[in-house]
Structure formats: C-alpha cells, structure tokens
Design a protein around this ligand. Structure first.
Ligand SMILES: Nc1nc2c(ncn2[C@@H]2O[C@H](COP(=O)(O)OP(=O)(O)OP(=O)(O)O)[C@@H](O)[C@H]2O)c(=O)[nH]1
Ligand SMILES: [Mg+2]
Length: 407
C-alpha cells in the first residue's frame, strides 16, 4: 500500500513536471511572439508641419535627446528615416520626406518609400489639407493600408485665435471650426468621410490625441494593438488604464514562467527572481516611472523632476530592489501556504502541484499588485505634470491599495 502510494506520488510529479514544462514552453513562445511583433508607423506631410516633433512626442523624447528626430530645421532628406522606440525595439516610427511638389505622384512616392513595410500612415498638415494629401490617402488605401489625418499645432491656432478675438474666444468652438474646415477641404478634394485628429505635440494630453490612439488601437490586430498600447505615451487617465489592462492580460503567463520547474520529480518549485525583476522593470518603464522618463516628462511639462518623483508612492516605485520584491513575495506565499496545507493533507498526489501553486500565486500576486500601484503612481504623476493639482501641495501619495489577486 505504502509502495503504491510512493509510485503514484512520483508518477504524479513526473507527469506534472512534463505538463508544466510543455505549457511553459508554449506560454514562452506566445509571449515571444507578442514581444517581437513589429509596428511600423509612417509619418508624412509637407516640410515644417511638425512631423519630427510629433514623432519625438510619441516616443516620449525631448528635442534635445540624442535619439530624437531633429526638429525646426529644413530637412533635405529624401529617404525614410526610422526612429526606434526607446523601450520597445520592434516599434519604429518613420519620418517620411514631404510630398509637397506640384508634380507629386502618389504611387511612385509610395514605391520609393517602400510602403509595404508600414502598418499605417499618418498624414500631417499644420494648415490646409491639399490635393496631394488626398492623392496620397487614395494611393495608400488602394495598396491595402490605412491612413489617418493629423492636423498639427492646434495650440498655436488657439493662441492666435485668442489674440484675435479676446472677448469672444471659445476654445471648443475654435477647435470645431478647425476640424470642420479640415473635413471640408478633404471632401472638396474627393475624400468621402475623412478621419481628422487635432493634435498639439507639445500638449498630447489635450485635444484628439487620445481619440487618435483609441482609433489606431481599434483598427489593429491584437498583437499590434498590444505593441501600440504599450509604446504610445500614457498622457491621460484613459491611456494609463488601457496600458494597465493590456499588461494585465498577460500576467498569468509571466507568473507561470517565473515558476522554475525542475524536470526531476521531487524537487521543489522556485521563483525566478531575475525574471520577475525584469518584468517589473518593464512595467515601471512602461508607465514612465523610471528616472529617464520622469526627467523627460519634467522637461515637457516644465515641472521639476523632484516634484514629479514625489508622486511615486508605491513600494516598488520608490524602492525598486530585490529585497522589496522578496518582501511582497513573502506576504503572498504566507497566504498560499495556509491554503496549500489544507489541500496537501487531503491529496498527496499533488505535492508538487501545490508547491507550484504557491509559487505561481506569489508571482501572480506580486505582478498584479505592482501593476496596480504603478498605474496609480502614473496617474498621480500625470495630474501633477499637467497642472491638475496645486504645485505646493507636496506629494499626493495615498495609502497603498490592498491589491487583490483574481479579477
Ligand atoms: N506650437 C507648436 N509648434 C510645433 C508643434 N509641432 C511642431 N512645432 C514647431 O514647428 C516647427 C517645425 O517642426 P518639425 O517637427 O521640425 O517639422 P517637420 O515636419 O519635421 O519639418 P521637416 O523635417 O523640415 O519636414 C518647429 O519649430 C517645431 O517646434 C506643435 O504641436 N505646436
Ligand atoms: Mg523633420
């Protein structure tokens, strides 16, 4: 009887090890395919309309950054220039030379630009949309790609309008007029229902940038949507929430992979701490909470780096160290062990599985809690960066939320 039970237990361990190994290798390849999915975004328009500034804003870079696209200079380049996302190397924005000449040939232009490589085109204009833009849009569409119109520098228009009619100035009305005017121009040039987004690269958190991001995300297939949601700067509360949701979907995969399973039965499961630290680091950067991102935001928003840093209140946001990670894991493992003991006494076959469940639960709890609190940090940073709160209020840290595991 005793021997039979031993055999059964060993066999269970072997089966379970193999199953978990197989599942984790499948999960790894799923994550790999997600992380290596490319997103190639073409940005085009006439010279001086703000293409490079827009690209830098999307990449979260300031003009002075050594990886930034040069701005405010007359470009003579005739070939597409790629700018790689600083955190996600498989995402690239392409600065395409202008389309301004009267003898413009949309088809030839697209061929020269090697149009197949792009997932979609953003056509930028700072004043009028002209026939050239519409010709390009038609050619892009005919080649099976999507296009979007960005009307740039709206902050400048608002300022000019306010100066012109200081007493009658109404921002919403001016914005509506600009949009209606763009749509009218595009229709006049033969485009039926153009999608136009009003943007200021200096104030991405305002106007239509969020709507542009939502529209792009909706129209992309799932892996590319994930890349877009992670790569675009989260400059509004909605964007922070969407980024959190996008990352949350894959927590269980990350947690599973962090459970290192020995192929030999009988060895306990352990957690891969470097792998967890790596994932947490990418969450933190994704929400712009690392020093570089906070520094770049401080410049864009004309706030002090220290003021923004003070808004980061989560345990891991403040102390991103292995000790802090171990402490959170310890907390989670404690709950896990109580539950595990109950199961283990009843079902000896699942010894290994129970140990695995504790590791998995602890990793899941850690990632889930960290993601929630990073998102809260990001929200506070945003509020302070864009002046929603009073400067001299100090830090707005709330007590940490009790992160819960399964939702
Ligand atoms: N106010 C305001 N100015 C902007 C905005 N975007 C760009 N600019 C300014 O417009 C000028 C031209 O911007 P660039 O980004 O260099 O324009 P570009 O389309 O890349 O120009 P080329 O490379 O020459 O084709 C710069 O002085 C920018 O600072 C914006 O959203 N608002
Ligand atoms: Mg440029």
């Amino acid at each position: 009887m005793e021997i039979q039970e031993m055999d059964l237990r060993e066999m269970g361990s072997v089966i379970q090890s193999h199953v978990v190994l197989e599942v984790s290798s499948k999960v790894q390849s799923l994550l790999d395919s997600l992380e290596t999915t490319t997103l190639e975004i073409a940005v085009t328009g006439d010279s001086g309309v703000g293409k490079s500034t827009f690209i830098n804003a999307l990449l979260g870079l300031n003009d002075g950054d050594r990886h930034a696209a040069p701005t405010g200079v007359v470009e003579t380049t005739v070939s597409p220039t790629p700018y790689q996302h600083p955190r996600l190397p498989s995402v690239r924005l392409w600065d395409l030379p202008g389309i301004g000449t009267p003898c413009f040939q949309a088809k030839t232009y697209l061929q020269q630009m090697e149009f197949e490589r792009y997932d979609f085109f953003i056509i930028v204009a700072s004043e009028r949309f002209r026939q050239n833009h519409v010709m390009l849009a038609h050619a892009v569409h005919a080649m099976g790609k999507r296009f979007y119109f960005v009307r740039s520098k709206v902050d400048q228009d608002l300022r000019a309008s306010q100066r012109r009619r200081p007493t009658r100035f109404q921002e919403v009305q001016v914005l509506r007029e600009i949009e209606a005017d763009c749509i009218r121009q595009l229709k006049q040039e033969g485009l039926d229902s153009p999608k136009v987004f009003l943007v200021s690269s200096f104030e991405l958190h305002r106007f239509d940038f969020q709507r542009l991001q939502d529209t792009l995300a909706e129209e992309l297939e799932s892996h590319k949507r994930h890349a877009l949601l992670l790569s675009f700067p989260s400059v509004t509360a909605v964007a922070v929430q969407k980024k959190k949701d996008a990352l949350r979907k894959h927590i269980w995969k990350k947690a599973l992979l962090a459970c290192v399973v020995s192929a030999l039965p009988g060895l306990p499961l352990q957690l891969n701490i470097p792998m967890l630290m790596n994932t947490l680091g990418s969450y933190r950067r994704s929400f712009g909470l690392d020093d570089d991102s906070l520094g770049a935001l401080a410049i864009t928003a004309s706030k002090s780096h220290g003021v923004l840093k003070n808004q980061v209140c989560s345990t891991l946001g403040k102390d991103f160290s292995e000790n802090a990670v171990q402490a959170i894991l310890g907390q989670a493992a404690l709950y896990g062990q109580v539950a595990a003991r109950l199961v283990k006494n009843k079902v000896p076959l699942f010894d290994n599985m129970v140990a695995g469940a504790i590791s998995f639960t602890a990793a899941y709890y850690l990632l889930h809690t960290a993601l929630d609190s990073f998102a809260q940090d990001a929200q506070r940073v945003l509020e302070r960066a864009y002046g929603l709160e009073d400067e001299d209020q100090g830090s707005l840290c709330y007590p940490p939320e009790p992160g819960f595991i399964y939702d």
